[in-house]
Design a protein around this ligand. Structure first.
Ligand SMILES: [Zn+2]
Ligand SMILES: [Zn+2]
Length: 754
């Protein structure tokens, strides 16, 4: 018998061909296996019927850990035998099927880690040790099929030793494309900020020592540069904040190991598992009572982002130091994507850092670290990037069209919806300038090529001025594809519906800003979503944004607008005039603008939370996206709902003026933490009650919560309580980011459903 087999899935770059080789030989079969240009694998086996059956069984049951099989098609042919043995053939360029992809980057495996520590091993102390089960993938691949000449490892011809392993079927580096050793592979270099090499024997450990001494070092990783410094000393962190113009935004850190993490943060069982998994994302962990690292890492917050070493280089950095952790933040100039090239790093970071730890392997696809938060036992993904992308999200209902989603403006990702899979790109960033837009464009091209997708229509945001909207038209119009705008909050709820395979939903969509169908700023919405579209059923009270966009940057302006006419507000604003860039003069201008009926209005939940944060004195200045609301959450977690305010629904709008006025009146009478908790509870209960009322009227069983505010654990919990108390189920995200990182996915679902 002869069987011709095609396998699609994540089958390249995961040790699949060596695996096939082994099970074919084990079952006494002849034939061949080869990679194809569409990321799939082609297999021919010849032998006895029963042996082929056993082979196919092994293929599914014993596949390598990183491998994912989506489809196996088998064609049997009798009396055709032309192979004597089983071989791995040179890859074919055939591009026919679509929907396979290569795996995400995988953190260093235990076996490689053991070899790194073994003085008798050829790769002892070698920072770039990898095997078929670990190492860079998505960030190193230039084209398909996945073979060394089409990765950035092509610059490093294998030495005899590595080649021997690469061609030995019994070796675990058999056909491992990133195989390398100190003789033939990438090397590291430690240089000062003028690019001059430092003379030392052990560059990586020397860099670790420099960090411990208080220097700032830029490190080249697998998907881009990090900037690192001590977590014990505050001085380098403060210096980093000054040079990076990053006043308050929290920095992620990389800790030595799990035990060390437990010494300063609370780690649940789920968090521990994910921290040590092959994905190794940054996880937001609550600071423990014994927290002893610098407060400068995440000022004013109850939590901090922690990850564990995920390459040999990271592991070695800790060897000669006592530091429990290092700050490890993406090296990107303001509003630009993460830096990937040595020259660019030297040019752009020379004034920020003291030293550079460089290596000479090129990065083709930049990829930031992923960021995750665990709510209870469920994960809430903030940034879905390294370790996740480009692995697809599986959908229960296959769609007929291939749709590209380009995202909104902040936290952008792109998404390719292809039958029953959604390929969500890595984190791109805020697409406000040319560099990030170029990165988005490149990623779309790369992902389209990897998956062999034939895009039929392009989905974008409803905002006509977004760069992503322009890009969608550019990509669509020139090739005659349909460009479909999708309202921002509709996209949020559609993503929830797509993730849970639900056809209709009453959605609560809360965030900072989304362009509404009426041209106003939306962001606290109750929507009824169904396959063909959506209806806006309710929202938070519309509040004036004094000075338009300036009210987004300055929460005091938002508070001024909401509190206009309230006794004592003018004095309060003047007493905080130092938080207005132009001081008292600006306060006077703001006061004059109050009461005018023109100007933009927002039903945004984020803006109301901002205003309350300012009223309570938690945060007067927004130095990063979401800061006032994020800091208020930290305060609220320490408080209780002492006011127990009953939500005031007026028609289809939830009164928020009353809420902010109460906060203003009571601000010196109760603790800030208790007031923050009471305010969040009011908003959560109000939104949930509105959703329940509409669900009952329309007889819809599903209620969902999406948007950036869904990262707020307290608000999510309160909404859930109210929804479930009334006999409904609350859907939240688990695999797709609730924030704008999930918009591209929602856009494609909304268009696919219509
Ligand atoms: Zn390995
Ligand atoms: Zn070698």
């Amino acid at each position: 018998m002869r069987a011709e087999i095609l396998v699609s899935g994540i089958v390249q770059g995961v040790g699949f061909r060596p695996f096939i080789y082994r099970i074919a030989v084990k079952n006494g079969l002849a034939g061949y296996v080869r990679n194809r240009g569409d990321a799939g694998v082609e297999i021919v086996v010849e032998g006895k019927d029963g042996d082929i059956k056993q082979f196919l069984n092994d293929l599914k049951e014993k596949k390598p850990p990183l491998c994912q099989i989506y489809e196996v098609s088998v064609h049997y042919k009798q009396d055709e035998n032309d192979c004597d043995a089983f071989t791995i053939l040179k890859s074919s360029e055939t591009v026919e099927l679509s929907g396979s992809v290569i795996p995400p980057d995988v953190s260093i495996c235990d076996e490689c880690l053991r070899e790194l520590r073994d003085p008798r091993n050829e790769r002892y102390d070698y920072f770039f040790i990898t095997c078929t089960d670990c190492g860079p993938r998505y960030t190193t691949i230039v084209g398909l099929p996945y073979d060394r000449p089409r990765t950035t490892m092509r610059a490093f011809p294998m030495c005899d030793f590595c080649y021997g392993e690469y061609t030995d079927p019994a070796n675990r580096r058999f056909h491992a494309q990133t195989v390398a050793c100190p003789k033939c592979g990438p090397i590291v270099r430690l240089v000062d900020n003028n690019g001059r090499s430092l003379v030392c024997k052990d560059e990586i450990r020397e860099a670790g020592k420099l960090l411990e001494e208080g220097y700032i070092v830029a490190l080249k990783g697998n998907g881009g540069f990090h900037i690192a410094c001590s977590t014990i000393r505050s001085k380098p962190i403060v210096r980093l904040r000054e040079t990076k113009h990053r006043k308050q935004k929290p920095f992620a850190i990389m800790a030595r190991d799990l035990e060390t993490v437990r010494s300063f943060a609370e780690v649940s069982e789920e968090e521990g598992k994910l921290l040590t998994s092959y994905i190794k994302p940054i996880i937001l962990l609550n600071k423990s009572r014994d927290y002893y690292l610098s407060e400068e890492i995440s000022p004013g917050l109850h939590n901090l982002g922690v990850m564990l070493p995920y390459t040999g280089l990271h592991v070695m950095l800790f060897d000669k130091v006592r530091e429990p952790a290092f700050v490890m933040t993406s090296a990107n100039p303001p509003n630009e994507p993460i830096i990937t090239k040595n020259g660019e790093a030297l040019k752009k970071l020379g004034t920020v850092v003291d030293y550079f730890l460089l290596h000479n392997r090129a990065i083709t696809q930049r990829c930031d670290d992923s960021v995750v938060r665990i709510h209870g036992r469920k994960q809430s993904i903030i940034r879905r990037s390294r370790g996740y992308a480009p692995e697809p999200i599986h959908l229960k209902n296959p769609r007929n069209h291939c749709i590209l989603g380009v995202g909104a403006e902040l936290m952008v990702t792109s998404c390719l919806l292809l039958k029953d899979k959604a390929f969500l790109s890595q984190h791109i960033g805020d697409v406000e300038n040319l560099e990030t837009l170029e990165f988005l464009r490149d990623t779309i091209v790369h992902l389209t090529r990897l998956t062999n997708a034939q895009i039929e229509s392009v989905a974008c945001d409803l905002h006509p001025e977004f760069n992503t909207t322009r890009l969608a038209h550019e990509l669509g119009d020139k090739s005659g594809k349909l460009v479909v705008p999708v309202q921002h909050h509709h996209a949020h709820i559609a993503s929830l519906m797509g993730e849970h395979n639900v056809n209709e939903m009453i959605g609560i969509a809360c965030d900072g800003f989304g362009y509404g169908s009426d041209g106003n700023a939306w962001g606290g919405e109750i929507l009824y979503c169904y396959p063909n579209g959506f209806k806006r059923l309710g929202h938070l009270q519309e509040q004036p944004m004094i000075g338009g966009d300036l009210a987004t940057k300055n929460p005091l302006r938002m508070a001024a607008g909401i509190l206009q006419g309230t006794t004592g507000v003018e004095e309060w604003l003047f007493s905080n005039s130092k938080y207005f860039p132009h001081g008292k003069m600006e306060v006077e201008v703001v006061l004059k603008q109050l009461g005018s009926q023109s100007g933009i209005k927002a039903s945004s939940c984020g803006r109301v939370l901002d205003a309350i944060s300012a009223v309570l004195g938690i945060c007067y200045e927004r130095t990063y996206e979401g800061e006032p609301a994020i800091k208020m959450e930290s305060a609220a977690l320490k408080g209780r709902d002492i006011l127990n305010l009953e939500p005031q629904l007026e028609g289809r709008s939830l009164n928020t003026t009353m809420l902010v006025q109460r906060m203003f009146a009571l601000r010196s009478r109760y603790s800030v933490n208790d007031l923050a908790c009471s305010a969040q509870t009011y908003i959560a209960k109000g939104l949930a009650q509105m959703a329940v009322k509409e669900a009952e009227q329309l007889n819809v069983r599903n209620i969902g919560f999406s948007g950036g505010v869904a990262y707020n654990e307290h608000i999510t919990r309160k909404i859930k309580e109210t929804v479930e108390k009334n006999g409904f189920r609350l859907f939240v995200h688990e695999r797709i980011p609730p924030g704008d990182g999930g918009i591209a996915f929602g856009q494609t679902i909304a268009v696919a459903n219509s």
